[in-house]
Ligand binder design. Structure first.
Ligand SMILES: Cc1cc2nc3c(=O)[nH]c(=O)nc-3n(C[C@H](O)[C@H](O)[C@H](O)COP(=O)(O)OP(=O)(O)OC[C@H]3O[C@@H](n4cnc5c(N)ncnc54)[C@H](O)[C@@H]3O)c2cc1C
Length: 384
């Protein structure tokens, strides 16, 4: 039986980036994917500049729209629109985007086995064995787990999470007049549930409409989506897809590796905590994992993630904390030139949140809000 140098579990952006990086460096690589590409994935498909920079090296990105107008509302009210001089977010359909990443990994030399799930992971000091749903066993010197936020590899490695959110999404086919109305513009609405927001992402003949909120209040999250769609005047449209998915952000000290098994992307809980943007994290962590296997030193992966991605996640948690407590202030700040600049630079991939939040005026503003939060908590305690 073959012993692969590397088996990647899951053929999403993280797994296919890992496979591409490893295979192009000469590593004998197999990807095992439960579905068959092109496959639907619950996702807004919004690519920020960081994602585009990673993907354009490898593929011709199948973009359906490039957004330069952003409309902001606060629970349906106090709307305003800002326009940028160039594109801010590129809109893709995940089935097309992921299928191109698959083709690029294959062109780099990886083999992709589709339509079969990995059921269990076992390892000893010499190799890893993956038990497949069809009864087969695959052997590998190293494994990269990229099977998403609730997969078998995260459980094997023992990934721990500090934030779990529920995302609900509809793919709505819309007539030409509606397509024209949304072309080049997206809508973000800061929601009634703390830390929640909703979006409309234009994709030509369809709109991706969704909401995300902390897990645990499914009924309010569903009601928020219903109300949001009604406000848009789209309640009568039958969705092509109507689905939900959990996103999970890792704890700071959660493992990224157990022995010969690394985890990347959603499987590692790598996700921007405020926006829940995860494609750039998947593309980058997958590439870093593939490069670590190719370099023969798995420990470098953990170092690289801690150096490059964890500071961004830390800043994202801080931002979410402030946003959840002060959504009206957050909304008002986005209407100011510095607030809009910060948002635009994040979308373009020109400034990460850790760099932005470390700037002196931003730090001072956050400290002020912390003080106000503490006073508000004290006053509430005194009242009860
Ligand atoms: C509602 C919603 C909207 C989002 N919108 C955006 C957005 O607009 N922009 C953005 O950047 N991010 C967004 N995200 C986050 C983004 O979708 C994820 O972070 C990203 O898909 C992670 O990529 P991945 O490769 O790690 O995992 P996935 O894309 O989940 O890929 C995992 C793959 O593993 C396969 N798999 C699972 N189990 C097994 C198994 N046992 N054996 C073999 N294969 C398996 C799956 O079929 C899948 O193909 C959104 C998330 C949600 C929930």
């Amino acid at each position: 039986m073959i012993i692969w140098d590397l088996v990647v579990v899951g053929g999403g952006p993280a797994g296919l980036s890992a496979a591409h990086a490893a295979a192009r460096a000469g590593v004998r690589t197999l990807v095992v994917e439960r579905a068959t590409h092109p496959r639907y994935k619950t996702c807004g498909g919004g690519l920020i500049g960081t994602s585009l920079a990673e993907a354009t090296d490898r593929i011709d990105v199948p973009v359906h729209d490039r957004v330069d107008h952003v409309m902001f509302t606060r629970d349906g009210r106090r709307g305003f629109t800002r326009r940028h001089t160039g594109p801010l977010v590129a809109m893709v359909r995940r089935e097309e985007f992921d299928d191109r990443l698959r083709a690029a990994a294959v062109a780099a030399g990886a083999e992709v086995r589709e339509g079969v799930a990995v059921r269990a992971v076992e390892q000893d000091p010499d190799e890893v064995r993956l038990r497949l749903a069809d009864g087969d066993t695959v052997r590998a010197r190293a494994v990269i787990g990229a099977d998403g936020s609730s997969g078998v590899t995260a459980r094997h490695v023992g990934v721990a999470h500090r934030q779990v959110d529920l995302g609900l999404e509809l793919e709505l086919p819309v007539p030409p007049a509606e397509q024209e109305r949304w072309r080049g513009r997206l809508l973000l609405d800061w929601g009634p549930v703390p830390g929640s927001y909703a979006w409309v992402f234009p994709k030509g003949d369809r709109l991706t409409v969704g909401v995300i909120s902390a897990r645990g209040d499914g009924e309010r999250t569903r009601a928020y989506l219903r109300d949001f769609v009604a406000r848009l005047g789209l309640s009568g449209v039958t969705p092509e897809h109507d689905s939900g998915h959990l996103t999970r952000c890792r704890t700071e000290d959660s493992p990224l590796r157990r022995g010969r098994v690394l985890v990347a992307g959603d499987a590692a809980g790598l996700l921007e905590p405020w926006s829940r943007e995860g494609i750039s994290y998947a593309l980058r962590s997958g590439r870093l994992a593939g490069q670590a296997v190719a370099g023969g030193d798995l420990a470098t992966y953990e170092q690289e993630i801690h150096r490059h991605l964890m500071p961004e996640m830390r800043a994202g948690h801080r931002l979410l904390e402030v946003f959840a407590r002060w959504p009206d202030v957050f909304h008002a700040l986005l209407a100011t030139p510095p607030g809009w600049r910060m948002f635009a630079r994040f979308c373009e991939g020109r400034a990460s949140f850790d760099r932005t939040l470390s700037r002196r005026p931003v730090r001072a503003g956050l400290a002020l809000l912390d003080g106000l939060s503490a006073r508000r908590a004290k006053a509430a305690e005194a009242r009860s």
